[in-house]
Ligand binder design. Structure first.
Ligand code: 5AD
Ligand code: FES
Length: 348
């Protein structure tokens, strides 16, 4: 077995045996990485062209009833400065986003128990009425199948719910009071209802191994999400993982590229965490096969409070500044900006 032959096989067949993924992760060297990234860019360009889809991200509540070990807005963090945007400010952020060219709005929040289906439904309907021809992505965690169905019927196009790790034991350790089985159930419900679904995971978590990444890849191969967010774990000082070490972005880049070869049609963000862990992280993500960026359009006074990890980029920047900044970064990789709604290829 040799790494470059396995990479070529993966790019042709879009799947490998678990032990073959493990062999790649354990043995890959610099020259194989160049080959991998070039195969990944080629796979991306063959479906969507050398273009980056832009999504405007509104972080509308940092209240959260969960206690994920790694996350800065976990319920037990009494140092977090909590806020919740009202409908007016969210609609107004989206309108600002629209004037900057964005046509997808990602509404993200913690698992805030005051966020009811009715409130979300009226928010979504307002955005869809006031901003024609836009897509809405929601990311508000685990909810019941009935809730997801109502949100879909109200006009939500996409839903992001990272699986975080496909190792059930690790998942359960990281998420006190939650269960891997329920996470999977939510993801299957979302897909079955008809959303474009985003799964995804972190890399470099305490205790995470190459065997765990193999499980992530096998899960992606089987579940076939439309979108996959992959980002490095970055410690936050007010969490139980405050002394854990960030492991850098190389493993994330490698997994982004492998994911591109497994799911050539997927929408893969070059994540904010990548950009926060490395000054050129987002550019490197694009060069590894990503094709989405999600600049933040949350009002500046709030976005500095949505701190999941330390060193998060753009927290002091206006939406208009990020819009120009990210375009320059995208173009520096030889790619171009695509401001269309940017649905997954299978959606008409
Ligand atoms: N480092 C990196 N990513 C994090 N997330 C939460 N906390 C951290 C952290 N400390 C990620 C999770 C979540 C997404 C919104 O942010 O994967 O799903
Ligand atoms: Fe926000 Fe560069 S994208 S400052």
């Amino acid at each position: 077995m040799n790494v470059s032959d396995l990479l070529k096989k993966l790019s042709k067949e879009n799947r490998l045996a678990p032990e073959e993924y493990l062999y790649i992760l354990d043995n890959i060297e610099k020259t194989d990485l160049d080959l991998l990234f070039s195969l990944a860019r080629h796979a991306r360009d063959a479906t969507y062209g050398s273009k980056v889809f832009m999504r405007g991200l509104v972080e509308f509540s940092n209240y959260c009833e969960r206690d994920c070990m790694y996350c800065g807005i976990r319920h037990s963090n009494s140092n977090a400065d909590r806020y919740r945007l009202d409908t007016e400010s969210i609609v107004s952020s989206c309108k600002t986003g629209r004037s900057l060219g964005y046509r997808t709005f990602v509404l993200q929040g913690g698992e805030d128990p005051t966020i009811t289906d009715d409130w979300l439904i009226s928010l979504v309907k307002r955005i869809k009425t006031e901003i024609p021809d836009c897509a809405i992505t929601l990311s508000v965690g685990e909810r019941s199948r009935e809730s997801y169905k109502k949100l879909y019927d109200a006009g939500v196009d996409r839903y992001l719910l990272r699986h975080e790790t496909a190792n059930e034991t690790l998942y359960n350790k990281l998420h006190p009071g939650m269960s891997f089985k329920n996470r999977m159930n939510c993801l299957f419900n979302l897909k079955d209802i008809g959303f474009q679904v985003g799964a995804g995971f972190m890399t470099g978590l305490p205790g995470q191994t190459n065997e765990d990444y193999v499980r992530d890849l096998v899960f992606l191969e089987e579940f076939r999400p439309h979108m996959v967010g992959i980002g490095p774990f970055i410690p936050h000082g007010d969490t139980p993982f405050k002394n854990a070490e960030g492991k850098g972005i190389d493993i994330t880049l490698l997994l982004v590229a492998l994911t591109r070869l497994i799911l050539p049609d997927s929408l893969l963000p070059s994540t904010t965490a990548l950009g926060s862990a490395d000054p050129k992280g987002r550019e490197k993500g694009l060069l590894a096969g990503a094709n989405v960026v999600m600049p933040n359009i949350t009002p500046t006074e709030n976005k500095e409070k949505y701190i999941l990890y330390e060193g998060k980029i753009c927290t002091g920047d206006e939406a208009s500044h990020c819009r120009g900044c990210i375009q320059g970064r995208i173009e520096s990789t030889g790619m171009s900006v695509d401001m269309s709604v940017g649905h997954h290829k299978t959606i008409i």
